[in-house]
Design a protein around this ligand. Structure first.
Ligand SMILES: Cc1cc2nc3c(=O)[nH]c(=O)nc-3n(C[C@H](O)[C@H](O)[C@H](O)COP(=O)(O)OP(=O)(O)OC[C@H]3O[C@@H](n4cnc5c(N)ncnc54)[C@H](O)[C@@H]3O)c2cc1C
Length: 166
């Protein structure tokens, strides 16, 4: 746009004539004629559902500004999508108001990879803990009812499933 006219003031209403936009009415009472109106949206993260998962939405939302103009809010997270709540990952517009379809999908893939890694790590932690219990009580069984042999089999299966030896 070249040589744009800048009119200061707060818009109070739009003026419609013959079912068509004809102008905007300012609070000052002035009417500015126009045929089209473009409004910059403000993207607010719909993070309420995260509250039920332990996320403190009020404290957890961050304002995003571009050239000093607020374009919306987002949930703060690690690059993997991990939030401050253990076990809760986010991806897409909720973590970046500027994201588009392709970047949202990519963030979803990144989060999925991180979630998978976290689940594997958790399984491994449990298997190792159970194995330690089993080693301390070689003739007994651990709290989950598994045997040292079963723990060994589980550890082997997990290692083979990953294919990289973990
Ligand atoms: C008007 C417009 C035009 C756009 N045009 C383009 C374009 O041309 N190209 C492009 O790449 N990107 C475009 N985008 C951006 C693109 O749509 C988003 O970046 C993308 O959809 C973000 O994906 P998402 O999965 O993060 O969120 P969304 O696609 O918004 O998906 C979030 C989903 O979660 C649901 N949801 C929210 N809260 C709850 C809840 N409590 N319980 C259950 N479900 C819930 C919502 O209903 C929604 O279906 C456009 C966006 C808009 C608004």
């Amino acid at each position: 746009m070249r040589d744009p006219r800048v009119i200061e003031g707060e818009v109070d209403a739009v003026r419609i004539e013959d079912d068509r936009l004809s102008g905007v009415c300012l609070r000052s009472g002035a009417v500015v004629a126009c045929q089209a109106l473009v409004v910059a949206p403000r993207f607010v993260a719909r993070a309420e559902v995260l509250e039920s998962l332990g996320f403190v939405v009020g404290a957890g939302l961050t304002e995003m500004a571009v050239d000093g103009h607020s374009i919306g809010t987002y949930v703060t997270a690690e690059p993997t999508g991990a939030t401050t709540v253990p076990g809760v990952w986010v991806a897409g517009n909720v973590v970046d108001p500027r994201a588009r379809v392709i970047s949202s999908a990519a963030a979803g893939l990144t989060a999925a990879g991180a979630i998978n890694a976290a689940l594997v790590a958790e399984d491994t932690r449990r298997a190792v803990a159970d194995r330690r219990v089993a080693q301390e009580n070689p003739r007994g069984t651990d709290r989950s009812g598994s045997s040292p042999r079963a723990d060994q089999d589980l550890a082997t299966r997990m290692r083979d499933a990953r294919g990289d030896g973990l």
